[in-house]
Design a protein around this ligand. Structure first.
Ligand code: GCW
Length: 685
């Protein structure tokens, strides 16, 4: 009887949880109360601010709220001053951000204490790796929302609607810039037809405070301009860029500037002409300067030399410190290799003291299970932003080294490689939306904790009081049975992925170019060594790991003391980075007392067990989630679990060939055959 009753309750609750497809993201405010908005000025942005208040107000019914544009020196740029019944800002965009902050606080039940709220970074930018043919490099959520196949340039009503929804979502978390095309840039983007479309996009984004930027190919002057060279010091080349930039600003007066991947992974660059990165960046910076534009010049460079790849960006860029114009920002990936599940921070942060530096994070989960695995990235970004660089004594976190608190940067910025596509839920996985949200929130406030972000996002995205159903979603019941367990799952999810993919500092052991499944063996003949996993794990009969100490590549020397010594010394090197910095024998004694081999085995196994737990957590919250989103996540977790098992089996069976040790008997045995795994790379379904 009890059971039947239980089923009945379950059915009843699910009935009240109305269907949702995730398209509304964290902006599902359909249960608002009336509000009286007082605003003396008018502009498209202020109109949006008023509408948002009317759509989402959950404060006192029929209360009055005033939106006031008034200059205040304590409010920086588009920051704002907030209280329960008033938002004050220097600009309309500041008002809009204040409105979104107020609504979020109402909807999440967070207190509204009068305060001035300024952003950590002046520019908070999404990088879309979208190609002109509508495909997306490392995109896992459908085609591009900006570009279409077959060069179809017609701007449809649907396009406009989508761009507006995109702009609104970004503005709601404070994102104020977007690079519309891939850093592996097609020169086509600078042609008239594409620029016309950029203009149309910019018009939709503008009222939401979002500037458009473009990635450009360094050889554009010769590729589309018909010049014989793209040498940055050649007068015709300089003129070509000046003219092109003039043309762009004629069409898009608030254009943000360029993002450039040059002399990197086969992309053309100033080095093709015997010039430096500074020569290349400054050429564009000078041309953009009169219009207020900036250049984001990427430091993602490495060549097939014998130098450790992790050292190369530092070696190439440090000698150029101080040589860049003040409207150039060097865009540096968080880690020295490439968006791995875990890396120490890039040693360039805080080291280039006379040059503006901006972090580049990857929101799209290229190396973290793509749109299948549930991985909340904010914990990784928090770890990164809080990393101590010691560059100006203790307290020199990466966050402070990049947001202008320590170095007087003319511009400050942070970028995230977007995970957005045409899929109805935008990101291909309901929980991948949390990473878009988290990027925006951290870009606005780089001191936020990932826990707070997860908490906010879950309340906004899943709470029933924010949907059209009648259930009160922030009840104790909801908090205990949905919020707490799911938040914990999110908080654990990145470490879980590290456990089943590459624990203890292992990195880049993916199969093939897909970067999805395991491939510690992957090293096709003729392939560049630094594109193959054995280069990174260096497993042999003596042990495993990359020696980056003085006896090895000495990459540790690029870190400011005492960090260099800490990483070098086995007694002080954090175990999370152990095999990043050291090559160690299989029997090396870990802090736990286990041998290194056993510890590796336990990490992989723990990762698998953790995903199994996630499945249980999710299955239990079924009554609190609408059926559509529930089953998407449920089936993705099943695939993640199968994948985690493959990762564990592949890595343990492969490394066992070198360790010649048994997998501890408490651990479940592998269920796959290594040869089969090697024959068939893991595919994403
Ligand atoms: O992470 C790697 C990716 C490439 C990407 C490159 C980069 C856009 O595998 O797809 O190219 O980095 O960041 O430039």
């Amino acid at each position: 009887m009890k059971q039947i009753f239980g089923v009945f309750i379950l059915a009843l609750t699910s009935f009240f949880v109305s269907a949702e497809d995730g398209h509304n993201l964290w902006l599902r405010n359909s249960k608002s109360k009336p509000v009286n908005v007082v605003c003396l000025k008018n502009s498209p942005t202020l109109t949006i601010a008023k509408q948002e208040l009317q759509l989402g107000w959950q404060g006192e019914a029929s209360a009055s709220i005033s939106l006031k544009i008034k200059q205040d020196k304590a409010i920086i740029g588009n920051g704002f001053k907030i209280s329960k019944n008033e938002i004050q800002a220097n600009t309309g965009f500041g008002i809009l951000y204040g409105v979104f902050e107020l609504l979020r606080r109402q909807q999440t039940g967070e207190e509204i204490i009068p305060a001035i709220v300024n952003a950590s970074y002046e520019r908070r930018i999404l990088n879309h790796w979208d190609n002109p043919d509508g495909s997306i490099e490392r995109g896992y959520a459908g085609g591009s929302i900006f570009w279409r196949k077959n060069n179809s340039f017609e701007v449809t009503e649907n396009d406009k609607k989508l761009w507006q929804e995109y702009a609104r979502a970004n503005a709601s978390v404070g994102i104020n810039g977007t690079v519309l095309n891939n850093v592996n840039a097609s020169p086509l983007i600078l042609s008239k037809e594409y620029l016309e479309r950029v203009k149309a996009i910019a018009e939709m984004l503008r009222p939401y405070g979002i500037k458009t930027y473009l990635s450009v190919k360094f050889s554009s002057p010769s590729l589309v301009g018909g010049l014989k060279t793209s040498d940055p010091l050649n007068p015709d080349v300089i003129k070509w860029w000046n003219d092109k930039i003039h043309e762009i600003y004629n069409m898009i007066p608030d254009f943000g500037g360029f993002l450039v991947k040059a002399s990197s992974e086969g992309q053309p660059g100033p080095q093709d002409f015997g010039r430096t990165h500074a020569d290349g960046a400054n050429l564009l910076a000078d041309a953009l300067k009169p219009f207020g534009g900036i250049v984001m010049w990427r430091a993602f460079v490495y060549s097939a030399t014998d130098e450790d790849r992790a050292k190369q960006a530092y070696l190439e860029f440090m000698p150029l410190d101080g040589k860049f114009r003040d409207n150039v920002i060097i865009q540096v990936k968080n880690g020295p290799i490439d968006f791995q599940p875990r890396e120490p921070f890039s040693p360039l942060f805080g080291a280039m003291k006379k040059t503006s530096i901006m972090p580049e994070l990857q929101i799209t989960q290229e190396y973290l299970g793509q749109s299948v695995h549930l991985v909340f990235l904010a914990t990784m970004w928090e770890e990164f932003l809080k990393s101590e660089t010691y560059q100006e004594g203790s307290g020199s976190s990466v966050a402070r080294c990049t947001d202008g608190s320590i170095f007087p940067q003319k511009h400050t910025a942070i970028a995230g490689v977007a995970n957005i596509g045409l899929d109805t839920d935008w990101c291909g996985h309901q929980f991948a939306q949390s990473n878009w949200y988290a990027f925006g929130r951290l870009a606005w406030n780089n001191q936020l904790t990932s826990e707070q972000i997860a908490n906010e996002w879950l309340k906004l995205t899943f709470s029933q009081s924010n949907s059209s159903s009648d259930q009160s979603g922030t009840s104790d019941d909801w908090n205990d049975h949905f919020l707490k367990p799911v938040q914990k799952m999110m908080m654990d999810s990145r470490e879980t992925a590290v456990n089943y993919m590459m624990p203890l500092g292992l990195h880049h052991i993916f199969a093939a170019n897909e970067h999805y499944g395991p491939g510690p063996w992957w090293a096709p003949k003729g392939m560049r060594k630094d594109w193959t996993p054995p280069y990174y794990h260096k497993a042999d009969s003596a042990g495993i790991g990359f020696d980056r100490t003085q006896t090895g590549s000495n990459a540790v020397s690029q870190y400011h003391e005492p960090l260099g010594s800490q990483y070098s010394d086995l007694k002080t090197c954090p175990e999370i980075y152990l095999l990043w910095f050291h090559h160690l024998p299989w029997d090396y004694k870990m802090k736990s007392g286990k041998t290194l081999w056993d510890e590796i085995c336990y990490h992989y196994d723990t990762g698998v067990q953790q995903v199994r737990e996630f499945q249980k957590v999710w299955d239990k919250v079924r009554p609190y989630v609408d059926p559509e989103r529930f089953s998407q996540v449920q089936s993705k977790l099943r695939e993640q679990c199968i994948n985690a098992q493959v990762w564990k089996d592949a890595c343990l069976l492969y490394f066992q060939q070198f360790s010649h040790r048994v997998i501890p008997f408490e651990i479940e045995r592998p269920v796959h055959d290594l040869n089969e795994l090697i024959k068939n790379d893991l595919k994403r379904h």
